[in-house]
Design a protein around this ligand. Structure first.
Ligand SMILES: Cc1cc2nc3c(=O)[nH]c(=O)nc-3n(C[C@H](O)[C@H](O)[C@H](O)COP(=O)(O)OP(=O)(O)OC[C@H]3O[C@@H](n4cnc5c(N)ncnc54)[C@H](O)[C@@H]3O)c2cc1C
Ligand SMILES: *[C@@H]1O[C@H](CO)[C@@H](O)[C@H](O)[C@H]1NC(C)=O
Ligand SMILES: *[C@@H]1O[C@H](CO)[C@@H](O)[C@H](O)[C@H]1NC(C)=O
Ligand SMILES: *[C@@H]1O[C@H](CO)[C@@H](O)[C@H](O)[C@H]1NC(C)=O
Ligand SMILES: *[C@@H]1O[C@H](CO)[C@@H](O)[C@H](O)[C@H]1NC(C)=O
Length: 594
């Protein structure tokens, strides 16, 4: 995403480091072929499950990961380098969305981490839980009050470990300490590098407080307003599920992790109560490699993410019977919702030329990047501890907005949001190289409550073929309306006096665009925030739709659960890693019964 050749060079020098004990490269190294639990995918959720199960020394756990180790991957440690990790690298699955008709037929990458930690090793580290109404709606939709905010809050305490920012600045007023935990697993913090624009952003929340109020901490469950970003960064370094949860149990005798192990299907191992059991897992190291099958005494937990999980289920004969038959796959469980209801947050960058300062000159200066890397290596401070933003916020359209005369409000609740504003102090446009000169400001407007739905479908019965992934972005009137209004709103944001001596002119769009011009701009520049969910949705045990029950057990099957972002039936008011972590923490407690 970042254009800078200096950063690409740095990516090239990322070292492939030594492997930690009990992380294996070849199936022959495994202790056996039978474990109590097999976790498919060492990603964001998978490592939570693996670690929590392995904490009980009576459990024997195997984790199968298609990708490589995260050890020594510099780009995955230095927060500022996050955008160099994907797309189209050795850390990426290299998926793309199908050509999107509402985006001028463009094919956009949908990055997914392919290394220990999964997408938590490559994401942009924004770490917020979402609206209380997301969890309350999940409880209502599934009929399980355990998913409600009042219950889920307890998992925040287990999950996060709030630490001081890298620059040690006084954080009074930037968050609400009482909402946080300092004793969980994953170090997180407020921004560790202050930017010249920070004071302008905060001044705007004061000057334009009715439209853009300050929100001190969305962890209250109220997401509305703009505030200081919280990130999965501790001590100036990325916190992934691999550096936290997995690192905490690797080396124990009761957990094995196997790399280069791409699961090709779940294997039927009998039946219990009329339901087929799937306690076998088949995997291979590549299209030409022979496959190995391992077995779980207790359960298989599929945590391969919103694309990998529905693909594996379908390859295993769990899905829509007609779709599977079309790919010559025998259906064991007719479950039409597998892969359906795919939904994603849509990202729209809005760029302005500014008088500066911004981070653009730094990005073009290899010597400056080199010096910054020296500082980061010396004491984990400086500009490289910056992620992509210091401020973001969530906003609603008014009840009186004309769109609500034609469609019901799709927000998850009356205080949940429709769109998000992310402030970046450099040119940040996925797939579009940075101009060679100049300073820029990027205000990303992201659609948070999309009504469009798409699907993940097998392209063939070859597990090494990418599935067809079509989110149908912006296929609804609401979705188009939301980004159109978002473009207008970010312009009002910059109308504050705080920006008067900084902003010069908008880029790639007229100074006073018509609605038609805005729509054309959206079609040309919108892409994804990389938040697909919904493809193995949770629903009430007896519902005719959905893939897993509220305990995350695959419906109509025995011995297999899904635990990852795909179980969210709708998108939460947050970037999706922290909501995925909370789901995984509760899932671990359901499996262990604690
Ligand atoms: C570029 C990018 C930026 C993002 N930025 C943010 C952000 O700033 N904040 C935020 O909250 N969220 C962000 N996200 C989204 C967030 O990271 C994901 O929603 C979340 O990590 C998903 O977790 P998961 O457990 O569902 O899947 P993943 O973490 O992707 O884990 C799936 C794992 O399964 C493995 N796997 C898949 N298929 C197989 C198979 N067949 N066999 C074996 N292993 C397999 C994968 O290699 C991977 O390790 C971003 C994502 C990306 C890609
Ligand atoms: C993704 O593309 C990169 C660059 O072409 C390549 O090196 C990498 O191996 C690809 N990843 C996979 C999983 O094929
Ligand atoms: C941090 O700032 C607040 C008010 O801005 C002040 O009350 C407090 O004493 C400061 N803390 C430290 C450790 O300086
Ligand atoms: C999609 O999700 C909705 C609930 O959000 C549900 O009513 C519908 O049946 C789902 N569709 C499929 C195909 O699963
Ligand atoms: C970190 O190192 C830089 C120089 O490399 C120095 O300027 C800075 O003061 C150091 N910070 C801390 C907290 O030690």
């Amino acid at each position: 995403m970042l254009p800078s050749s200096s950063l690409s060079l740095l990516l090239g020098i990322a070292l492939a480091g030594p492997c930690v004990a009990d992380v294996f490269q070849r199936p022959e190294q495994l202790r056996g072929t039978t474990y109590d639990y097999i976790v498919v995918g060492s990603g964001t959720a998978g490592n939570v499950i693996a670690a929590r199960l392995a904490e009980d020394r009576k459990n024997d756990v195997l984790v199968l990961e298609a990708g490589i180790s995260n050890e020594g991957v510099l780009g995955s440690q230095v927060p500022f380098f996050a955008p160099t990790l994907t797309p189209s690298t050795i850390y990426d699955w290299n998926y793309t969305y199908a050509p999107q008709p509402n985006l001028n037929g463009r094919v956009i990458p949908i990055a997914r981490g392919r290394l220990l930690g999964g997408s938590s090793s490559v994401n942009y580290m924004v770490h917020h839980y979402g609206s209380s109404e997301d969890y309350d709606l999940l409880a209502k939709l599934t009929g399980d009050s355990g998913w409600s905010w009042s219950n889920m809050k307890r998992y925040i305490a287990r999950h996060e470990k709030f630490v001081p920012p890298a620059d040690g600045h006084n954080t009074t007023g930037q968050y609400i300490p009482s909402l946080h935990s300092t004793s969980g697993v994953l170090p997180k913090s407020l921004p560790g590098y202050s930017l010249p624009i920070d004071s302008r952003v905060i001044a705007t929340t004061k000057e334009l407080s009715s439209e853009f109020p300050f929100n001190q901490d969305t962890t209250s469950g109220n997401v509305l307003g703009l505030g200081w970003v919280q990130s999965s960064i501790g001590g100036g370094t990325r916190s992934s599920s691999a550096t936290t949860y997995l690192a905490g149990v690797v080396g124990r005798r009761n957990v094995d992790v196997l790399l280069n192990a791409q699961v090709t299907k779940l294997v039927k191992t009998g039946a219990v109560g009329g339901k087929p059991s799937f306690r076998g897992v088949q995997f291979a190291s590549g299209p030409q490699s022979s496959s190995t099958t391992v077995y779980a005494r207790k359960e298989v937990i599929v945590s391969a993410g919103s694309i990998g999980t529905p693909q594996i289920l379908q390859l295993s004969g769990i899905g829509d019977k007609a779709d599977l038959a079309a790919k010559s796959i025998t259906t064991h469980v007719h479950l039409p919702s597998v892969g359906k209801n795919l939904s994603d947050h849509v990202l729209l960058p809005n760029n302005w030329k500014v008088r500066g300062p911004s981070l653009d000159d730094f990005l073009r200066d290899p010597a400056a990047i080199d010096a910054a890397l020296g500082q980061w290596q010396a004491n984990k401070t400086g500009v490289l501890v910056h992620g992509i933003t210091n401020h973001l916020g969530f906003f609603r359209f008014p009840k009186s907005a004309p769109i609500f005369k034609t469609i019901p409000d799709p927000a998850t609740g009356p205080t949940a949001s429709h769109w998000e504003l992310i402030v970046s102090s450099y040119w940040l446009v996925p797939g579009v190289a940075s101009p060679e000169t100049g300073n820029y400001l990027t205000l990303i407007a992201a659609l948070i409550s999309p009504t469009s739905r798409g699907e993940v479908k097998l392209a063939s019965n070859n597990p090494f073929d990418h599935p067809l992934i079509d989110p149908n972005l912006l296929s609804s009137n609401f979705d188009k309306y939301a980004l159109r209004e978002g473009v207008k709103s970010v312009r009002r944001f910059l109308s504050a006096k705080a920006w008067a001596d900084y902003v010069v002119s908008p880029v790639n769009i007229a100074a006073n665009p018509t609605d038609a011009e805005i729509d054309a701009y959206v079609r040309a520049f919108a892409s994804t925030v990389f938040h697909p969910v919904g493809t193995s949705a949770m629903s009430p045990a007896k519902a005719g739709w959905g893939v897993v029950d509220p305990q995350l057990r695959v419906k109509g099957a025995d011995g297999v659960r899904v635990v990852d972002a795909s179980v969210w039936p709708f998108l939460p008011n947050a970037h999706t890693q922290a909501p995925t972590y909370l789901v995984a923490e509760r899932a671990a407690s359901l499996i262990r019964g604690y």
